[in-house]
Design a protein around this ligand. Structure first.
Ligand code: PEP
Length: 246
């Protein structure tokens, strides 16, 4: 059986005190049917990790080399030492603002998996692509170029997050039909590339203006296994309500 996951991407928000407070509140969220993960800004990860809270911690980003002359970057090895067990790869903000392409994301996926860090791999189309009706091909290509070189064993440590770019931070949410349609397509793509058994076991999260009002409807879709949450993850009450929406 695949896992339900609710992951909070705090992005470049919060002061240290606010981050500590939010981490403590999120650790109090007790849901039996979902894994709860937080992705704080990297600078707060060691402090939050040392609190010893009952919560999984992930990194929003890293550089895919173990060490060396990469000024300003942080390696996955260093983040692992700081206490992370998850990492986000392929978030649209890094694809568009930081110009990370499919080939570079493949390197990041490999580097994380080599160290046993679970990858949440984001994919999703921009509005113009959806308006053209080519979103399936677009998302499939993202998977082909960054994920489909992995073997079945490696994929046990990968979760997919479908995040239509037009829905991220915009207040626009994919309808349940749009979300379920793409999640089913992604699962079927894994089934034809690997096997139905593998496809059935892979968690596929939805991301894009998910909030306490729409989470129940989205999570009720048969192929939606939770959410990657941005804005609504910054308020523990909202995040708690989303985490309790299965
Ligand atoms: C995200 O950045 O992954 C995201 C889904 O953001 P938001 O929930 O704010 O749309």
């Amino acid at each position: 059986m695949r896992k339900n996951i609710v992951a909070g991407n705090w992005k470049m928000n919060l002061s240290e005190n606010e981050a500590i407070q939010l981490a403590k509140e999120v650790a109090e969220i007790k849901v039996s049917n979902a894994e709860v993960i937080i992705f704080p800004p990297a600078i707060f990860i060691p402090t939050i990790s040392k609190l010893g809270l009952d919560i999984k911690i992930g990194a929003q980003n890293f550089y895919p080399k173990s060490n060396g002359a990469f000024t300003g970057e942080i390696s996955i090895n260093q983040l692992k030492e700081a206490g992370i067990s998850y990492v986000i790869v392929g978030h649209s903000e890094r694809r568009t603002i930081l110009k990370e392409d499919n080939e570079f994301l493949k390197e990041k996926v490999n580097a994380a998996l080599e160290l046993g860090i679970h990858v949440i791999f984001c994919c999703g189309e921009e509005l113009a692509i959806r308006e053209k009706g080519t979103e399936n091909e677009f998302v499939k290509n993202q998977l082909v170029e960054s994920i489909f070189h992995l073997n079945a064993d490696q994929l046990k440590n990968v979760t997919i997050a479908y995040e239509p770019i037009w829905a991220i931070g915009t207040g626009l949410t994919a309808s349940k039909e749009q979300a379920e349609g793409m999640h089913l397509f992604i699962r079927e793509t894994f089934a034809s590339q690997y096997s139905q058994e593998l496809a059935n076991g892979i968690s596929i999260l939805y991301g894009g203006s998910c909030n306490p009002t729409n989470a129940k409807e989205l999570f009720a879709c048969p192929n939606v296994d939770g959410g990657l949450i941005g804005g609504a993850a910054l308020k523990s009450a909202d995040f708690s309500s989303i985490a309790s929406s299965f």
